[in-house]
Design a protein around this ligand. Structure first.
Ligand SMILES: Cc1ncc(COP(=O)(O)O)c(C=O)c1O
Length: 360
């Protein structure tokens, strides 16, 4: 493999090089079968074993209780914005949502098509620079669930602790799943697009408590019912085989790193290096309030948009790709998911110090 640069992309994001190499081999000839991985029938015993292994590893790494299903769905995390309320709500049913960014706002818009949606908190007026504490909102009575986004990819905010509400939690964990341990039993549904911490785009992992499968099962179109996919082990129709395979390889890599608890420590260390660099000078300014800071996406500004543009282009020239902030807030963003190497964070910090000295 030619030399890799540091990829700070928010997603699709950097993957472990060992996984890319394994996939490159298997895609051409899977386990010496003489058939490439993406040419195998999804009903072949080889692929069924791949899907089973992937599910097993997710269960093991996240300690998913037995009364939960792990589904591999398509349509992106965005399709869960409507699948969740379509399956769990209906006339007169209520849910509470926390609006902490563009992804929760989109989910709220979809949910309003299906139920009575109470938005209990919003940080929109401060450009989503924080997430709430439990004292900042109350869950509407008789809510079927409390919906929130654990990590806000664009703004670089993250719930350090999950809400303590007794209401069933539903979470979009697209940008921090498997970055730290979570108590799955507190959630009715957890979903995440794969393309940040799990693998390539194309598969959305949905972890769902099995008593929720029968909700609205008769009124929801077949492909959009969780039960359809759960009853057929995600093989009701052709699943995204390659993505499922890659997620399995990434899970295997994560296990080799020591699992999610070990990964959380690494993530804390990596983000700490970057936040220390930001806090150590007036030149850089973090977007998120300190208590809401994300370990995955670090959004920051320089004194002027011109300096930000120069920073991004000079960084790209020396091999730091993907540092441009999301178009909705501008500035810079370093996405440092599980697979992003610590040495790359250190090198970025060195570059930042150098840039500040020359331009400050
Ligand atoms: C937190 C979060 N939710 C949802 C999405 C949308 O995911 P998808 O593009 O798979 O629909 C993203 C994409 O970046 C995200 O960061």
């Amino acid at each position: 493999m030619s030399e890799r640069i540091y990829n700070f992309s928010p997603g699709p994001a950097t993957l472990p090089p060992s996984v890319l190499q394994e996939a490159a081999t298997d895609i051409v000839n899977f386990h010496d079968k003489g058939i490439g991985l993406i040419e195998l029938s999804h009903r072949s015993k080889e692929f069924m074993a791949v899907a089973e292994e992937t599910e097993g590893l997710i269960r093991e790494l996240l300690q998913v209780p037995d009364n939960y299903k792990v589904l591999f769905l398509q349509g992106g995390a965005s399709s869960q914005f409507y699948m969740v309320p379509m399956n769990l709500l209906g006339t007169g049913k209520k849910a509470t949502y926390l609006n902490t960014g563009a992804w929760s706002k989109k989910a709220i818009k979809e949910a309003k098509l299906f139920g009575d949606i109470k938005v209990a908190y919003s940080s929109e007026e401060s450009t989503y620079n924080r997430v709430p504490t439990d004292d900042d909102y109350s869950v509407a009575t008789e809510s079927e669930y409390l919906y929130f986004v654990t990590n806000n990819t664009i703004y670089g905010t993250q719930f350090a602790d999950m809400p303590k509400s007794d209401t069933m939690l539903v979470a979009d964990m697209s940008s921090d799943i498997l970055s730290r341990p979570v108590d799955v039993s507190r959630f009715g549904i957890i979903f995440a697009g794969a393309q940040k911490n799990m693998g390539p785009a194309g598969v959305t992992v949905v972890i769902l408590r099995d008593d929720l499968l029968d909700c609205n099962a008769e009124t929801v179109p077949t492909m959009l019912r969780y039960k359809t996919h759960a009853d057929k082990d995600s093989m009701f129709n052709t699943p995204p085989c390659f993505s499922i395979y890659c997620v399995g390889r990434v899970m295997n890599w994560l296990k080799e790193q020591g699992g999610v608890a070990a990964m959380e420590k690494i993530n804390q260390r990596k983000a700490g290096i970057l936040y220390d660099a930001i806090d150590g000078t007036d030149f850089y300014r973090g977007h998120a309030e300190k208590a809401s800071r994300s370990l995955m996406n670090i959004s920051f500004n320089l004194p002027t948009p011109e300096l930000e543009a120069r920073f991004i282009s000079e960084a790209a020239a020396v091999g730091f790709d993907g540092l441009k902030g999301h178009r909705s807030i501008g500035g810079c963003r370093a996405s440092i998911y599980n697979a992003f190497p610590e040495e790359g964070v250190q090198k970025l910090v060195d570059f930042m110090a150098d840039f500040a000295e020359k331009n400050g």
